[in-house]
Ligand binder design. Structure first.
Ligand SMILES: Nc1ncnc2c1ncn2[C@@H]1O[C@H](COP(=O)(O)OP(=O)(O)OP(=O)(O)O)[C@@H](O)[C@H]1O
Length: 241
């Protein structure tokens, strides 16, 4: 995916102010303080929020041009921060419905939903109703609905939020196995260290850092390695305000 010159304001408040970014295969972590605009950027990449200016394109298809939008959206899926699925549907019905919504042919949706639930470790729970599932299980259903259409770009918005340490560990293991191009936002530095091939820091409307975890840990420290969090803080306290 390519994002070029992305600008977005909510009313008069500017949130993204010229984001340029190319996402490549592997796991890219998106960091930023609360309110930095991570979810906003992900929604733009996912096709659900049109930027005021700029280009978002996946596999060469512009997401916000009517001619290419449908083709582009076939390649992108998002696991949102808080997914509220209808409680009366089973996990399988939920994932199957979303597969159909994404334009998958009806005869393949059932099998695709079964596979996706299997990949997230919910094969045995696929006929359980959502309202009878724990928070951790619901997060896995949210991941299953994102991967069901085999997107080339997967957007994961704080996938481990609200999970206990064991469930977080399970989520990290799942994300590691996904393959393709993954953009993951997180406040959990352990997730970033465990998963990210590349780290981006979004601050005051643009990307202020683009490098590896090791490079972030060395940022502004004369070559000494520090905690990931310290590198992150050095980036956001650096440069033009
Ligand atoms: N629909 C909206 N209308 C007005 N302002 C909004 C809207 N959505 C988000 N904002 C504001 O835009 C800014 C960026 O929000 P966003 O949710 O993208 O940040 P974030 O980096 O994902 O934050 P967090 O880490 O807390 O999830 C925030 O100041 C937020 O209050």
């Amino acid at each position: 995916m390519v994002l070029e010159g992305i600008h977005l304001s909510y009313r008069e408040v500017s949130v993204l102010n010229g984001v340029d970014l190319e996402l490549r295969p592997g796991i890219t972590a998106l960091l930023g303080v609360n309110g930095a605009g991570k979810t906003t950027l992900m929604n733009i990449a996912a096709g659900s929020l049109r930027p005021d200016r700029g280009l978002a394109a996946v596999v060469g298809q512009a997401v916000y041009r009517s001619r290419s939008r449908r083709r582009a959206l076939r390649h992108v899926a998002m696991m949102p921060q808080g997914s509220s699925f209808p409680g009366n549907l089973t996990a399988h019905e939920t994932v199957r419905y979303i597969a159909w919504m994404r334009g998958m042919p009806p005869h393949v949706t059932a099998g695709a939903a079964t596979d996706a639930l299997d990949r997230v470790g919910l094969a045995a729970e696929s006929s359980r109703k959502i309202r009878r599932m724990s928070g951790g299980m619901r997060r896995r259903v949210a991941l299953a609905q994102a991967i069901v259409s085999s997107p080339s770009l997967l957007l994961l918005d704080e996938p481990s939020t609200g999970l206990d340490p064991e469930q977080r560990h399970g989520m990290v293991a799942l994300v590691r196995q996904l393959g393709g191009t993954v953009l993951l936002s997180s406040h959990v530095m352990e997730d970033v260290r465990d998963l990210a091939d590349r780290v981006l820091v979004l601050h005051r409307g643009s990307i202020r850092f683009d490098g590896t975890v090791a490079e972030l840990e060395r940022y502004g420290s004369d070559g000494n390695n520090r905690a990931t969090e310290e590198g992150f803080l050095a980036v956001i306290n650096d440069g033009p305000r």
